[in-house]
Write a protein that binds this ligand. Structure first.
Ligand SMILES: [Zn+2]
Length: 62
């Protein structure tokens, strides 16, 4: 009989599954995704900054 209770070791993984440096507000964020800035450089931007600066993640672009 299996009576193993699973502790909450695995928190809900955010959409990226990782924490990355948001280049816009200059801090780590677990909602950061790779976007292209106005010069074409690839940088991470968090959800809030993508909303604020109208950034589209590279993965979501056609
Ligand atoms: Zn940010």
């Amino acid at each position: 009989m299996q009576q193993r209770t699973q502790p909450d070791q695995q928190p809900t993984i955010p959409e990226t599954g990782a924490i990355a440096w948001c280049a816009w507000h200059e801090a780590y964020s677990n909602t950061a995704r790779l976007v292209r800035d106005s010069s074409g450089a690839r940088l991470f931007a968090c959800f809030s900054c993508r909303e604020a600066y109208d950034l589209t993640p590279i993965a979501d672009q056609p």
